[in-house]
Design a protein around this ligand. Structure first.
Ligand code: FE
Length: 333
């Protein structure tokens, strides 16, 4: 009898141990790479005593996983890049609407979903880069201007298959209307100096090597490359400053509809938007904090201030199909 009761006691210990571990744990599915989140997640673990487990992978693969796991998922949060991807997640009904005053205060409204399904956590600017030996700053003005024949055989872009460019064109449609966006994309294709590249970094390297004079990239790729090769003849130009403002996008997150830890997941998102976390979250990838109380890293600030587009990023998703159609019809591969 004594043996049985002590065995029972051990079992009770084990089970409560498991339950407690489960209770003090959040699982994040992250399309943001490990080296960009690890430090931040560990800080939360230390300060809040909640273990943050994470799986990293490509945005589409993670979303597929969430969908196939359905109600059986262990996941609590989906963290991904680009409003186009966040919108897709919202569309497939895997996210849970979060009504949080903290998130609303910390994150400007155009960087979060109008239905509160996802929240931008860092801002990435997609703007013009140029070869400083061949182009003067005063030659540059807008995304539209790069469609002008002055730039014939001088423009380099990344592939239209990348969601970053789909969002860029979707936001051009939102800002300028479909007809004008069409003219702009056609003009870009006419001005290509080479077929589209597979990455922003390759675009930058090609411009530095003189294969083209101008391009459009996310500024953190510029930052990474210049950190390694400070002497490259590359400059950043803030597009559309007299007009709609620079095309910006976000990395962001939402709470999963089938999360078993929704309250904790919301608290974690709120913390990610806080002063403390924002600095680390943005600096890790040379991005801009979404919380306006927090300054960007001095290295990033040195690129200068810019006006950003104020149209809600949900349009990057809503107009994605139209954007893809326009790029297809223009022969933009
Ligand atoms: Fe990227």
């Amino acid at each position: 009898m004594k043996k049985i009761s002590s065995l029972l006691l051990i079992l009770i210990f084990i089970f409560t141990g498991i339950a407690m571990a489960f209770d003090n744990e959040l699982v994040v599915y992250s399309a943001r790479k490990e080296h960009l989140i690890k430090e931040l997640f560990e800080k939360y673990e230390r300060e809040q005593g909640i273990k943050i487990k994470y799986t990293t992978g490509k945005a589409a693969v993670l979303l597929q996983r969430v969908l196939s796991e359905g109600a059986n998922t262990n996941g609590d949060i989906l963290l991904t890049v680009d409003a186009g991807n966040l919108w897709h997640a919202a569309q497939t009904d895997v996210l849970y609407p979060v009504n949080s005053q903290i998130l609303k205060t910390n994150i400007p409204s155009h960087y979060r979903d109008p239905d509160n399904l996802w929240f931008g956590l860092s801002i990435r600017a997609r703007t013009i880069v140029y070869n400083t030996d061949k182009v003067k700053k005063t030659d540059l003005s807008s995304y539209e201007d790069l469609a002008d024949e002055r730039w014939k055989s001088r423009l380099l872009l990344r592939t239209s298959k990348k969601v970053y460019n789909q969002s860029l064109v979707a936001m051009l449609i939102a800002n300028e209307g479909e007809q004008k966006a069409k003219r702009i994309v056609n003009g870009w294709v006419d001005n290509f100096a080479a077929p589209p590249y597979s990455s922003d970094t390759k675009v930058l390297e090609a411009i530095a090597a003189g294969q083209g004079d101008v391009g459009i990239v996310n500024t953190y790729y510029y930052g990474r490359l210049l950190k390694k090769n400070p002497d490259l003849p590359l400059g950043i130009f803030w597009a559309d400053q007299g007009d709609n403002g620079v095309h910006v996008n976000v990395s962001g997150a939402g709470v999963l509809k089938h999360s078993k830890n929704k309250d904790k997941a919301v608290k974690f998102l709120e913390w990610l938007s806080s002063r403390d976390a924002q600095k680390i979250f943005a600096d890790a990838n040379m991005e801009y904090p979404v919380n306006k109380e927090v300054e960007a890293h001095p290295y990033v600030r040195a690129w200068g201030d810019f006006k950003d587009s104020k149209i809600n990023l949900v349009q990057a998703g809503r107009l994605q199909t139209n954007a893809i159609k326009i790029m297809d019809m223009a022969g933009y591969k």
